[in-house]
Write a protein that binds this ligand. Sequence first.
Ligand code: ZN
Length: 342
Amino acid sequence: MSTALRGDGPIDCHVHCFGAGAGGSGCWIRVRGWRRLIMRPLLQQAGFRAGDLEGDFDARFLRRMEGMVADAGLRAAVLLAHDLPHSEKGEPMPSATPFHVPNRHVLAAARNSSRLLAGVSIHPARPDALDELEACAEAGAALIKLLPNCLNIDPRRKAYRGFWRRSAELGLPVLAHTGGEFLLPETDHRMSDPAVWEPVLEDCGLTVIAAHCGTRGHPLRPSYFPTFRRMAGRHERFYGDTSALHLPLRGFVLSACLEPEVERKLVHGSDFPVPFFRFGLPPRLWLRQGWGKLASNPLRRDLVCKQRLGFGADVFTRLARLIPARAWSGGEAKPPADRSEP
Ligand SMILES: [Zn+2]
């Protein structure tokens, strides 16, 4: 078992993991229709081509990620699992998502790497949700990643309160997608409104990090940044991440994010491998000498870009104070057993 690097240093809280199932990883990708067009640029960001999904892709992806994190000068990156959407009765809905990354895959990656942390994903309607939560916490999970608008989760449901409370007791924050979603099919776009977390923040003691700060992720959906901003000021345990704020639909909020009362509630995240749109950023950033060299490592480019924008050092290190200490040592227990594949 390796121990992730301690000490101060920037942490990327939002790095997606992909796998095709090689080596029994349990991961799968089933992209249909126009979304096939998106796969190529996503893989390119990680230095792969579509044909590379064959063979030992899953292990090579993890090795590539570890190398990119080290080369970027990051202390660590949180690698995100992706649970299946479930009905409110707890039935899995595998056809409603184009990919799946089981928790045991990211937990094993974190355990075997000095630079990767595990972001697990647990749908709270799962019949085994609480057991999985305990097992993941014991195995060294850093946080729980959820997309309520794509996984069919209404965080306000009373039936989920026990899950949120136990997550809070275990010290696990929820990194929740907010703002509309373009790349993945949505089950209910209204669940991308940060306000759906307000009753949870008031009653459950949970720390919630709103991915993308509620900014617009779909051209036909509203921006919830004003809601994010109000909630960040009101709720001590409510934060936002800076992931994908370079995208044209989201970038309008960058100057507002640099205001002290917003910046003090932000954590650094890239949303790798979402392709980088430099034209969403002020030209003074990317016209500088040396910008071209950054393209070889999207994690480094995102980090340098956020630093040049003027985000303070605390934004890059804040996550360390929001996740359990045991996440740095990969936990003491084995990762949870695999669930039967759909
Ligand atoms: Zn993301």
